[in-house]
Design a protein around this ligand. Structure first.
Ligand code: SF4
Ligand code: SF4
Length: 169
């Protein structure tokens, strides 16, 4: 008699475990199918598809040097001192040009370099720039093989050429 009771109890446990296994499997599959059919995927097929970044996203820095007045405010605001600027006076009698927002360009910019390997993308330099020539672009694909390649000379022709695709106005 005792052996029969024990056998019945084991069978009950067996079927209870079986039912629980089937139930939890169906529950897991329901979550999977819900994501397959009903929930929009969050992943994208990069690089064929590129995410549209928020307007205020801070990616690679760009200085539109033709509107830079060499005021050095960006370098002074930079918490990691990664902006290097040099300028000199124009020769006597040189016509003073103006930036696109009407500020006189009184100094000749001879160096504008940012070591973006040091940059923490805080945005302080772009915030203080009086001519708004220094901006964070939406360029985020700028990995490099060596750390030296992360240092940008914004007076170099190839970097000046970024303007065509970065500056919207
Ligand atoms: S964004 Fe980079 S370069 Fe500009 S102030 Fe911050 S750390 Fe310096
Ligand atoms: S704050 Fe702007 S205008 Fe002044 S040096 Fe920097 S980039 Fe040029």
């Amino acid at each position: 008699m005792s052996a029969q009771v024990h056998q019945t109890s084991s069978l009950k446990e067996y079927f209870a475990a079986l039912a629980s296994g089937v139930f939890t499997s169906l529950k897991g599959m329901w979550i999977t199918f819900r994501y397959v059919w009903a929930v929009k995927p969050v992943s994208i097929e990069y690089p064929e598809v590129r995410e549209v970044l928020p307007d205020r996203a801070r990616m690679r820095l760009f200085n539109d040097v033709q509107n830079c007045i060499s005021c050095t405010q960006c370098a002074m605001a930079c918490p990691v001192d990664c902006i290097y600027i040099a300028s000199e006076k124009f020769p006597e009698g040189t016509e003073i040009k103006k930036t696109s927002n009407g500020q006189p360009i009184r100094l000749h910019l001879t160096q504008f370099t940012i070591d973006t390997a040091l940059c923490c993308y805080c945005g302080l330099c772009t915030t203080v720039c009086p001519t708004e020539c220094l901006t964070h672009s939406h360029d985020f694909e700028f990995s490099a093989y060596t750390i030296d390649q992360m240092k940008y000379d914004y007076l170099a022709p190839d970097i000046i050429a970024w303007r065509d695709r970065i500056v919207k106005s």
